[in-house]
Design a protein around this ligand. Structure first.
Ligand code: ADP
Length: 502
């Protein structure tokens, strides 16, 4: 480990971190390293390694950097910079990403999420023996991240020579639970419940919520003597029939001789009915060909209509994903100094409390006395200020709180960055559109007067730019509307968007 610290190092992506963990534990056996060139070529063309064994997907280590060469020793680090392994680079070769995507995913269409990701991978692949120093640590659900050897050991001690792997990254409904139990019973084996614990894709239920539901089901609704729960850090490829074959090989390594999958697992990454690449029938045909060779029989079942979830599972989901009127959101007031942002924002804050919401008010002037103390009014400092407020806002929203921000925030790009940090559907940009001459007449803080006298420089609207919002959710005019009327408009908008109950 001491030596590793001084080696040139390579930071693994979350996907590669999953891959290296499964290489290290033997879940990808017979592959014990990131794939080399001759294996890579044969895997793409024939789904086999050069030694003739079936292996359908190229588990490769991509790099962009070109300063690593054969013969080098490198340290592989986690995204958090912890040293995971030392690799002696024996091969370096180029990978043809489009050809690979076409062969394994059946498309080069970037709407396929893995293909989209592939397009950003480095062109070079490195291969060589790995010395794994620390497998990635799992600080939660620790006991469920088991190695294949541990699962096989459990099966042996529980007296099972057969085992069905049920592998899922979805939610398990009651109807499905019954299907699983029935099929496991028919085989007479044990159940290895494999919850896929891979990086979440946008729009999916977060991993911890999903894993909590598996844990609950395994403990409460499955026969404990017959069931073992494992969390599988498998970074899926959405690679159609190759993917299923890959799963089968992995499950063989965990000691299973059956793989049970919903037919939905066969949907390609484009995920639409009309673009389905292959039907379950094709899988069955494919597997009659390969089943004996790998020693795993693939059982596909038609996903039953969803129906009900176990009440405890429903409660876990409801807790993580409350109805919209209990979710967080951010009101972002922007406009010239003295436009009326703080005045209206404060009234909105009070009105929101009537709905029982927990509200934080981040006023630009106040923020500059602590969070952004010391920052000035250059473009860079203004952006830093806005992004700091944005960061706090995004954390509040993530915890389902309400945050009201009032800051001049003159630059469009910084406001858009905050929108992305908070999440587009939780961000309400409110442009307080007061003409400059009106703002100047109000001049509550005497800023305009001082700017006109040349005592201060860089006042937004006078000698510093204000970029008008292009598509704010709400525009408020303050010349013909009182602060209270405008505050009501904001509340009505929130009711209309279901952020507040009627
Ligand atoms: P900002 O936060 O945009 O710098 P403030 O809310 O601090 O602006 O100041 C706006 C000033 O304008 C307040 O003194 C407020 O009372 C006054 N004002 C007058 N009419 C309105 C209106 N229709 N809406 C908001 N503020 C108004």
């Amino acid at each position: 480990l001491e030596r590793a610290k001084n080696l040139p190092s390579l930071r693994l992506t979350p996907r590669l971190l999953c891959d290296i963990e499964l290489l290290a534990t033997g879940a990808f056996s017979p592959l014990d390293r990131f794939i080399g060139e001759s294996d890579y070529t044969r895997v793409l063309e024939e789904m086999r390694l050069t030694n003739g064994l079936l292996f359908p997907l190229p588990v490769a280590l991509s790099v962009k950097e070109n300063d690593i060469s054969t013969g080098d020793e490198i340290a592989l680090r986690s995204p958090k910079n912890e040293i995971v392994a030392i690799m002696k680079v024996e091969e370096k070769f180029e990978r043809d990403i489009s050809r690979e995507a076409a062969l394994i995913c059946g498309t080069t269409d970037p709407r396929h999420p893995v293909v989209a990701e592939m397009l950003s991978w480095g062109r070079f692949c490195l291969s060589g023996p790995l010395r794994v120093l620390n497998t990635p640590r799992h600080y939660n659900f620790t006991e469920f991240y088991r190695t294949p050897a541990e699962v096989r050991e459990w099966l042996k001690s529980a007296g099972y020579s057969r085992a069905v792997a049920f592998q899922t990254r979805g939610l398990i409904y009651q109807t499905e639970e019954e299907t699983i139990k029935k099929m496991v019973k028919e085989t007479g084996g044990a159940l290895v419940l494999q919850g896929v614990a891979d990086p979440t894709r946008p729009g999916e239920i977060d991993i911890f919520t999903r894993l909590r539901t598996y844990k609950l089901l395994a403990e409460k609704y499955y026969d404990r003597k017959r069931t073992i729960l494992n969390f599988l850090p498998l970074a899926t490829r959405l690679a159609r029939v190759r993917e299923i074959l890959w799963y089968a090989i992995i499950q063989r390594n965990y000691g299973c001789d059956h793989l049970l999958l919903a037919d939905a697992a066969c949907i390609n990454g484009l995920d639409t009915e009309s673009e389905r690449f292959f039907a379950p029938v094709e899988i069955e045909e494919f597997f009659t060909e390969h089943s004996n060779e790998i020693g795993v029989k693939v059982l596909l079942y038609k996903r039953p209509p969803r129906g009900a979830m176990r009440p405890e599972v429903a409660a876990i989901i409801a807790n993580a994903y409350p109805p919209r009127h209990q979710q967080g959101f951010c009101l972002w007031f922007t406009g010239l100094p003295c436009a009326g942002k703080s005045t209206i924002a404060e009234i909105v804050t009070l009105m929101l409390q009537e709905y029982g919401r927990k509200v934080t008010f981040l006023d630009g002037d106040v923020v500059r006395t602590h969070l952004s103390k010391g920052l000035g009014f250059t473009k860079e400092d203004r952006d830093t200020n806005v992004l700091r407020i944005g960061f706090v806002a995004s954390e509040i929203v993530r915890h389902n709180g309400v945050v009201v921000c009032a800051a001049v925030s003159p630059y469009r790009a910084a406001r858009n960055q905050v929108r992305n940090m908070v999440g587009k559907d939780r961000f309400v940009e409110i442009f307080v559109d007061t003409p400059l001459d009106v703002c100047e007449k109000r001049d509550t803080k005497g800023l305009y007067a001082r700017a006109r006298m040349g005592k201060i420089r860089g006042l937004t609207g006078i000698d510093d730019p204000y970029e008008v919002p292009v598509a704010p959710e709400i525009i408020l005019k303050t010349t013909d509307c009182s602060p209270e009327e405008n505050a009501r408009k904001v509340i009505l908008y929130l009711i209309e968007k279901k952020f507040l109950p009627e």
